[in-house]
Design a protein around this ligand. Structure first.
Ligand SMILES: Cc1cc2nc3c(=O)[nH]c(=O)nc-3n(C[C@H](O)[C@H](O)[C@H](O)COP(=O)(O)O)c2cc1C
Length: 200
């Protein structure tokens, strides 16, 4: 089962990222492409949450969200972000620092169209991270929207779409005995990935 699209992949650390996700998948990780994404607000305060990586290429990692959500507002003010993957079954961590930018509208349209109807409706009726009065109202809004728009092809709301996280630092961490963990760091230097090892 493929959890994400894999596009052109020739760069060593991105290939390794794919291999570790695939290995976690083979080892039974339920959502091997789930990553914890941290953003910062304009005062420099960080906030982190899980998102799903939906495509991977030499350019970076793509995830989809509501641009008007808290993370979207953060990224509009500070495009730098950081994410981590960790899988219990392999006990490996990947840590990525990079810069986010919105993907082209067409890519967001294409992904939106591929989503199940319920997810499309949720993206339309839910203004992510805004306060709501009751959960029941939200469910009702979703039901009403579905009834009203039966058989209609739904369009992606403009405030919903993808971000490309372009990494400039990728660290691979592997658990080893006696806390002598392996840490391998790739850093982008003049468009080339430079490799080094870090002490645990
Ligand atoms: C495993 C997992 C995967 C998630 N994937 C996404 C995702 O791909 N996109 C998204 O917007 N929210 C996703 N969420 C919800 C976010 O963690 C978060 O609640 C939401 O995006 C609002 O975050 P914000 O208020 O910081 O913007 C996921 C949550 C979990 C637990």
């Amino acid at each position: 089962m493929s959890f994400y699209d894999c596009l052109k992949l020739t760069e060593e650390p991105l290939i390794e990222l794919k291999n570790w996700i695939d290995e976690a998948n083979t080892n039974g990780a339920p959502l091997p492409h789930a990553m914890n994404l941290a953003t910062v607000d304009k005062t420099g305060r960080p906030s982190a949450r899980m998102v799903l990586m939906k495509s991977l290429s030499d350019e970076g990692l793509v995830f989809f969200t509501d641009y008007s959500s808290q993370k979207g507002r953060h990224l509009a003010e500070n495009s730098f972000s950081s994410c981590t993957f960790w899988w219990p079954s392999t006990d490996k961590q990947i840590r990525i620092d990079g810069e986010c930018s919105k993907v082209p509208d067409l890519d967001s349209d294409r992904y939106f169209e591929s989503r199940p109807l319920g997810s499309q409706i949720s993206a339309i009726i839910s203004r992510q991270s805004s306060e709501i009065q009751t959960y029941e109202e939200l469910v009702q809004d979703s039901k009403k929207f579905k009834e009203k728009n039966n058989e209609v092809k739904l369009n992606r709301p403009e405030r919903w779409g993808g971000y490309l996280l372009r990494p400039f630092r990728i660290e691979f961490w592997e658990n080893q005995s006696n806390r002598l963990h392996k840490r391998k760091l790739y850093q982008l230097d003049s468009h080339k990935w430079k490799k080094s090892l870090l002490s645990p």
